[in-house]
Design a protein. Structure first.
Ligand code: NDP
Length: 296
């Protein structure tokens, strides 16, 4: 079994971006600028946004963090997004999800200019991705592809089972793994909460992407010997032995599954850091595009 070390690979990607930003600075060109919007004070969201802003500063990107109260109205948020869309200095916009219940995720995502939608959630980017056209790809699936690419994992002709069909992880992952690309060409089974015989389907999989948000859901008896396991899940479970009071658990029962597989991502240090690396790559691409590139 080999560990798919997301922390290591994300560091390599970030180093590469840092060099590219250094080059932009030497040439007197604009460096990428990410705007992050955080509404309310959800603990996990604070952590994720904090990590994204910190990464920007580590690699030389500029970042602007806009913190808004939990009772911010939908209209005010939409006006703020409009301002960011029109701000020529901002290359990428991310609005940390989940949003408070009184704000529609859909309206907010649709309000972001597709050319600044570095999270890749806007229907225009999703549509382009489905058609295999250049697009911002949702950061988590994009990060998983970068991980598969780094470890030269052969996906061609494999059976991939994706558990979870959310718009930000499972569904785009299923499309990308089935696309005619070097990290695609799988035959994909997309599973959800109404899928019967889930264990049986998982046992047939060469690759399992677990993205359902149920800690330690995938157990050894659901995994074929030699399978590749990508664990997207991150759930905070109470743990009094930790200073924070919680431990992070993936969707895979790592200790019992790891000995059965060929490759597996740990939690933490697996998909999480790759998501941030992919977001940074998307932001760099947005900046290049706005400076006259032609990728999107
Ligand atoms: P969602 O809650 O939006 O979607 C969960 C999906 O899992 C749904 O499609 C749901 O099915 C399916 N599901 C739930 N229970 C079962 C079950 N028992 N059997 C089969 N399918 C089931 O979650 P997200 O996609 O946003 O996130 C999934 C996990 O990934 C979470 O733990 C989240 O924290 C983590 N995450 C990690 C990231 C990272 O960077 N590492 C980034 C984003 C998310 P149905 O549609 O039928 O309800």
């Amino acid at each position: 079994m080999e560990l798919l070390d997301g922390q290591l690979v994300s560091n390599i990607i970030k180093e590469g971006l840092k060099l590219q930003v250094g080059q932009l600075t030497v040439e007197g060109k604009k460096v990428p600028h990410l705007a992050a919007v955080l509404v309310g004070n959800n603990g996990a969201s604070e952590t994720y946004v904090g990590a994204k802003v910190k990464t920007c500063s580590e690699i030389g990107f500029r970042s602007t963090l806009l913190r808004l109260d939990a009772d911010t109205s939908e209209n005010r948020l939409l006006n703020i997004i409009d301002d960011l869309n029109n701000d020529v200095d901002i290359d990428g916009i991310l609005v940390q999800l989940p949003l408070p219940k009184h704000i529609s995720d859909e309206k907010v995502i649709n309000a972001i200019l597709p050319s600044k939608d570095v999270d890749g959630f806007h229907p225009i980017n999703v549509g382009k991705m489905v058609q295999g056209l250049p697009a911002f790809i949702s950061a988590t699936p994009h990060g998983i592809l970068l991980l598969l690419e780094h470890y030269k994992i052969n996906t061609k002709g494999k059976h991939a089972v994706v558990v979870g069909r959310s718009n930000i992880v499972g569904r785009p992952m299923s499309v990308l793994l089935s696309s005619n690309t070097p990290t695609g060409n799988c035959t994909v089974t997309l599973c959800h909460s109404h899928t019967p015989n889930l264990s049986e389907l998982c046992r047939q999989a060469d690759i399992i992407v677990a993205a359902l948000g149920k800690p330690e859901f995938v157990t050894a008896d659901m995994v074929k010997e030699g399978a590749v396991i990508i664990d997207v899940g991150i759930t905070r479970v109470p743990d009094s032995s930790k200073k924070s009071g919680f431990a992070l658990k993936g969707d895979v029962k790592f200790d019992e599954v790891a000995p059965r597989c060929s490759y597996i991502t740990p939690v933490p240090r697996g998909v999480g850091p790759m998501t941030i690396a992919a977001l940074m790559k998307n932001t760099f691409m947005a900046c290049e595009e706005r400076s006259g590139g032609s990728l999107i």
